[in-house]
Design a protein around this ligand. Sequence first.
Ligand SMILES: *Cc1c(COP(=O)(O)O)cnc(C)c1O
Length: 256
Amino acid sequence: MKARPPTDIAFVLQEARDKVLARIQHAASTRADFTGLASPQLLAVSKTFPAESVLALAQSGQRDFGENYVQEAVEKLIACRQANPALDLCWHFIGPLQSNKTRLVAEHFDWVHSVDRLKIAQRLNEQRPPELHPLQICIQVNISKESTKSGIQADEVPELALALIKLKGLKLRGLMAIPQANDDPSAQTSAFAALRECLLAANRVLGPDDQMDHLSMGMSADLELAVAQGASWLRVGTAIFGRRVVQSTTDADSTN
Ligand SMILES: *Cc1c(COP(=O)(O)O)cnc(C)c1O
């Protein structure tokens, strides 16, 4: 047994990350060849955890971090930048986005996974600082057709995608979904497969330069099922950082 000081948070997080990476790797090794889709990678969801946790996990090589509360995220990413200016982290916004918060997201994030309205996309486009690379965008789809969930219906995706590709401050990359929580793996699998079908259908109306290559789907509990259906961004919080003690009012909308 390796000695492990109980306070060494970087070590604990690295172990948890290694386990998640092994799960992703194993699922990826048996998945079908989905031509045109990016390979699975880990998006560490650090919401409710402090900048210290992000910096500690970054020591193990993790670069992509997901957040879903704007104010909390911006404070955290600025703190990380100040603590280690050389560390080049990639920040993904994955939560519900109100129009009065778009500027902060346009100025500070690299990706937004939760675009579900043209108006939000237009604001992000106008507010994206021109010296930054285009903001990478996923359209959120309400794949389980839940009345309480964010996201557009699958059949609305091609129209929104065609509008988004005209916005030069943005780069449309793919689709995101949070399927209804379900203990039945086959129901989860169908939801993930439906999101992939939705991406393929939308790609048919998009030109060669605008093809989407990312599926943001799968969380701590169901990431293997998501990888098997073509997931590229695995949004994993609990399995890395542990249980969230702080709950936010928007959690109900963005997680289940
Ligand atoms: C919190 C959150 C996650 C992470 O969920 P875990 O079950 O903790 O892995 C993934 N996606 C979104 C949109 C979230 O808000």
